[in-house]
Design a protein around this ligand. Structure first.
Ligand code: LAC
Ligand code: ZN
Length: 484
């Protein structure tokens, strides 16, 4: 189990109540779907964030929507906390059961129910792995663009819960932009469909959009209807290198001014490039920053578009602009990019990774501020991420436990700088427990309180995924960081 930042800990159930909950769930769902052995509890305790894992008291392995509804009914009747979970790849503590209780695991609900070629719609269960969805629809000549970097194992239920995004968000947006409708179950076990299956539709509030990104605090997804488009005929992948990260930041703006919308522009700074080299991608030693850029389109125009973007990089002072020559070169580059999160974690005993966003014109200003913060606190930092969206993963890396207060100060300064630059605290990982203490700083009292009231409409007793998004005692600092 990975240990890390001390999470909020809410009061736990008494042993008697734990016994009652386990027995009642087993009666409703059958023994095989209700598990409480040490390995199962541990496997459902944490996520991919720096938040400390916390053991649940029991895990429900749902196999269908009826199981989900039954678990939510029992939770309401016995007034027990219940935390939904798909793959557990989240990066803000959203799936950590901070009050113990029930973890409701939907990863076993992994059927692709329907790929509708005529309507360009796919219907899936929440446990479908994103990469499997990509392969299935692409085999039909269709395309689902959101591409969280954990696509080899993250699941659609979590993608919906967190409104997950990835590199291709620059051109295609995040999960919410592709979500048409959801089958959901509420605390208490009632079930309904929200949204639509058609391209257009404006009846009532857009509840599907509200649930997407609600981090499992309002309802539990049992089925997802997503929009598709035809698969682009051609993709061109480019790797541009620069003498420093600031030149790369300026080149991002130059490329965005080219009239072409690349499907991604990923920035990697000098220390991140060391991690890429360590993963076997040949990068010139003189390069201190890189942009991985992809352009897609028709067979004829994609190369021309790539040429236009590449010449902007040249004008902006690129050391070299290389085009991936074949699928294996391209795959190697992306594999290295997708592994950055675990690869950078291995670079120090402690790591915090943020996913702040600034208006993209402010990326150079943010990079300057990161330099200043690193110098002021004397802690090593590295930055990579979705620069075309202004969404950067700013990482703090340190070995010495005594440096935690400095990191804390750096984190607070980073968040304040991001807000001053007109940005937001999270571009894709959500608030969870990790950013909860700063939510009010960004959104103000009225908006936070309005959302809390909304939460109470769905879940009056606060049983569903308690302690997330709004709980300001969630993280009292970086105290408790340990090697991960
Ligand atoms: C990435 C994850 C950390 O972009 O969001 O690699
Ligand atoms: Zn990312």
């Amino acid at each position: 189990m990975r240990g890390v930042v001390t999470s909020i800990r809410l009061p736990r159930l008494s042993p008697d109540r734990v016994d009652r909950v386990r027995a009642r769930l087993a009666r409703e769902l059958g023994d095989s779907k209700v598990v409480a052995d040490a390995a199962s509890l541990e496997a459902n305790a944490g996520d991919e964030s720096d938040q400390e894992p916390i053991l649940p008291d029991v895990v429900v392995r749902a196999e269908n929507a009826e199981d989900v509804a039954a678990a939510l009914r029992v939770a309401a009747e016995l007034e027990v906390p219940i935390t939904p979970r798909a793959a557990g790849s989240g990066k803000s503590g959203g799936a950590v059961p901070v009050a113990g209780g029930i973890v409701l695991a939907t990863i076993g609900m992994n059927r692709i129910v329907d790929i509708d070629r005529a309507e360009h719609v796919v219907v899936v269960e929440p446990g479908v792995v994103l990469g499997d969805l990509h392969r299935a629809v692409e085999a039909e000549g269709l395309f689902y663009p959101p591409d969280a970097n954990s696509l080899a194992w993250c699941a659609i239920g979590g993608n919906v819960g967190e409104n997950a995004a990835g590199p291709r968000a620059l051109k295609y947006g995040a999960t919410r932009d592709w979500l048409l409708g959801l089958d959901v179950a509420l605390v208490g076990g009632e079930a309904t469909f929200v949204g639509r299956r058609t391209k257009k539709g404006v009846t009532g509030y857009d509840v599907a959009a509200l649930l997407c990104g609600s981090e499992g605090t309002l309802a539990v997804t049992t089925r997802v209807v997503l929009r598709l488009i035809p698969k682009p005929e051609r993709v061109v992948t480019m790797m541009a290198t620069f003498a420093d990260v600031h030149a790369a930041g300026r080149a991002v703006m130059a490329a965005l001014g080219s009239g072409i919308v690349p499907r991604c522009i990923e920035l990697l700074d000098a220390r991140t490039l060391d991690a890429v080299r360590a993963r076997g991608v040949a990068v010139d030693e003189g390069a201190r920053a890189m942009l991985i850029t992809e352009v897609d389109g028709g067979e004829d125009d994609a190369m021309e578009s790539a040429g236009r973007v590449g010449s902007r990089f040249d004008d902006a002072g690129a050391l070299a602009v290389l085009v991936a020559q074949d699928a294996s070169q391209r795959d190697r580059l992306w594999e290295a990019r997708r592994q950055l999160s675990p690869a950078t974690r291995a670079m120090a005993r402690h790591k915090i990774s943020e996913d702040v966003v600034v208006p993209r014109t402010k990326v150079p200003a943010l990079l300057d501020e990161v330099d200043r913060i690193s110098e002021a606190i004397g802690v090593s930092m590295l930055t990579y991420g979705h620069a075309g969206d202004g969404n950067l993963h700013v990482n703090f890396l340190w070995d010495d436990d005594d440096h935690e207060p400095r990191v804390e100060a750096g984190l607070d300064r980073l968040f304040r700088a991001v807000l001053t630059l007109g940005g937001t605290l999270s571009g894709e990982h959500g608030v969870g427990t990790s950013k909860a203490p700063w939510l009010r700083l960004e959104q103000g009292d009225l908006l936070v309180d309005l959302q809390r009231r909304l939460k109470a409409v769905f879940d009056p007793k606060g049983l569903l995924n308690p302690g997330k998004i709004f709980d300001e005692s969630a993280r009292s600092g970086t105290k408790g960081h340990r090697a991960c």
